[in-house]
Design a protein around this ligand. Structure first.
Ligand SMILES: Nc1ncnc2c1ncn2[C@@H]1O[C@H](COP(=O)(O)OP(=O)(O)O)[C@@H](O)[C@H]1O
Ligand SMILES: O=P(O)(O)OC[C@H]1O[C@](O)(COP(=O)(O)O)[C@@H](O)[C@@H]1O
Ligand SMILES: [Mg+2]
Length: 494
């Protein structure tokens, strides 16, 4: 195997097109670090496990659907406990921070980092950073113990608080250095992982023995490479309650129309999965699939037909859907939140008004429309049982990685196996619903909604773009969008 270093990237090439996109290690920039036997081997619960420690050469393949002549492709380092660790238990001062929007399961991840470090590694010094990145330099820290976090997984939100904006790299790293923190657990979405990456770079530049571990969070499920983000299942489940309400309201009156807006700034995974799960939805609109209202093949024509046939209908839309249509009719400045994310217009309200206007003007049919906006309700709840287990695995994998001296990584499942993924792989692209994939076709077939062919040119451009991405991806083995969406679309739970 040959090893090359593309700036800070660690790429290892092996036989038959095998590529390991490795994560940094403290020993890359600090020499002669002492190692210690992993205390887990004396842990009564874990010592009975056969082959508990992960083999140092274990890797996880990004692409698992292969042909006999395909190159072996990109791999990531397998997550899990190592035989040797780079920290003694009483030397560790860990901290945990949560950033960005809320997501079900944040408290479970916090709980399991604290309990995992404590019970598996005997680490007792753990701090909570209050209120996101800015909490490093503007707030006091919170002492975290297994007792304090014992039942927080039953609560929504994050007991640490969160925020957008406020990422000041040097102030954050000064605070880490001044407090003597040597393990930093950062829970957040794509913006947070970008922030974690620059924190890691600064720590490395200063030569500090500090491990930086990211735990990916996004309710939108749009983080690249990983199979699925925690809280997504919980959100889809909660969305069913809103869709059910819309359906009950709609079918109880003549020409009832229920409109439900769900989260999804740039990607429509929540709307797509909620629609597929419900079977009561007549039309699902997502940012990835352009649509139009008027004329042949448009939404209004479809609504008239569906209302004539069924007497009621339900529309589910992701908040990022149709933003280009809104921009034409609503003249506002391009506004951003504190993190630089684009602020969206309320597409649910806008489309509800347009639908009402259309049917009032047209005078053929009187409709009765109810608009339900449960966006914050689906993310402010505690995580469900399966997300709780998933959060536990993420937290433990992160703790094992940091204890083993890995740093500058995000943890997450890739084809069902937890792996350590370099930060840049989860921040450089976003995962989107691929509308030329089988999952979107399943949705179209289940709702029988129009495919909005007047947007054909756009669709064809998209298809060409996606084909090119796949071809490019095959060349440089950077095809996360496609692989992840195929994986999701084949229904392994994501
Ligand atoms: N490019 C970036 N570099 C450094 N920090 C960033 C970057 N983008 C976002 N952040 C910081 O990450 C935090 C969360 O980002 P945000 O986009 O709000 O949420 P999310 O992490 O869920 O995407 C914020 O404190 C923000 O300042
Ligand atoms: O109102 P807020 O807190 O900015 O959050 C709204 C946004 O948060 C999200 O739920 C997820 O965003 P993040 O992954 O960046 O937290 C988006 O779908 C939504 O647009
Ligand atoms: Mg984000």
């Amino acid at each position: 195997m040959g090893c090359s270093s593309r700036s800070e990237l660690k790429i290892v090439n092996g036989d038959a097109g095998f590529v390991l996109e490795d994560v940094p290690h403290l020993s890359d920039y600090i020499s002669d670090l002492p190692t210690y036997p992993n205390p887990l081997q004396h842990n009564l619960a874990y010592s009975a496990v056969k082959q508990y420690f992960v083999n140092t050469d274990d890797t996880v393949a990004q692409k698992i659907v292969v042909h006999k002549s395909s190159p072996r492709g990109t791999h990531f380092r397998r997550a899990g406990p190592r035989q040797k660790v780079y920290f003694e238990s009483d030397e560790v001062l860990a901290c945990i921070v949560t950033c960005g929007g809320l997501c079900p399961g944040l408290n479970t991840v916090i709980r399991e980092i604290v309990c995992g470090l404590h019970h598996m590694y005997g680490v007792t010094n753990i701090l909570g950073i209050d209120g996101g990145y800015r909490g490093f330099y503007s707030r006091n820290t919170i002492t975290m113990t297994p007792k304090i976090v014992n039942d927080i997984h039953k609560r929504g939100g994050t007991i640490l608080g969160t925020s957008r904006g406020g990422h000041d790299t040097s102030k954050i790293v000064d605070s880490i250095q001044d407090r003597g923190i040597n393990q930093v657990y950062i829970i957040g979405g794509d913006g947070t992982q970008k922030g974690a990456s620059v924190i890691f770079e600064e720590i490395r530049r200063r030569g500090l023995k500090v491990a930086v571990a990211g735990i990916p969070k996004t309710i939108d499920n749009d983080i690249a490479v990983i199979d699925k983000s925690f809280g997504f299942d919980t959100a889809v489940e909660e969305a069913q309650r809103a869709i059910n309400a819309a359906h009950v309201e709609a079918e109880s009156v003549e020409n009832g129309v229920g409109v439900v807006k769900l989260m999804g700034r740039y990607s429509g995974f929540i709307a797509m999965y909620a629609t597929l799960a419900s079977r009561d939805v007549d039309c699902c609109l997502i940012p990835e699939s352009p649509f139009y209202l008027e004329g042949e093949g448009g939404l209004f024509e479809f609504m008239e037909k569906r209302l004539k046939e069924n007497g009621h209908m339900v529309i589910v839309l992701a908040e990022g859907a149709g933003q280009e249509l809104l921009a034409e009719s609503v003249r506002t400045m391009n506004q951003q939140d504190a993190s630089g994310n684009k602020l969206l217009h309320d597409v649910g309200l806008w489309i509800s008004d347009r639908i009402k206007d259309h049917f009032t003007k047209q005078q053929k049919m009187v409709i009765n429309l109810k608009y339900i906006d449960p966006t914050y309700m689906i993310r402010a709840i505690p995580s469900n049982a399966s997300d709780n287990v998933y959060c536990t695995l993420l937290a433990h994998s992160a703790a094992h990685g940091a204890m083993a001296g890995y740093t500058g990584f995000t943890v997450g499942p890739v084809n069902g196996r937890h792996a350590y993924i370099p930060f840049h792989r989860v921040t450089e692209t976003q995962n989107n619903v691929v509308i030329t994939d089988r999952m979107w076709a399943r949705l179209l077939s289940s709702t029988n909604q129009p495919s909005f062919l007047r947007c054909k040119a756009t669709l064809e451009d998209k298809m060409e773009e996606e084909t090119n991405q796949v071809l490019d991806g095959e060349k440089c083995m950077n095809d996360d969008n496609k692989v992840v969406s195929e994986n999701i679309s084949e229904g392994t739970g994501a």
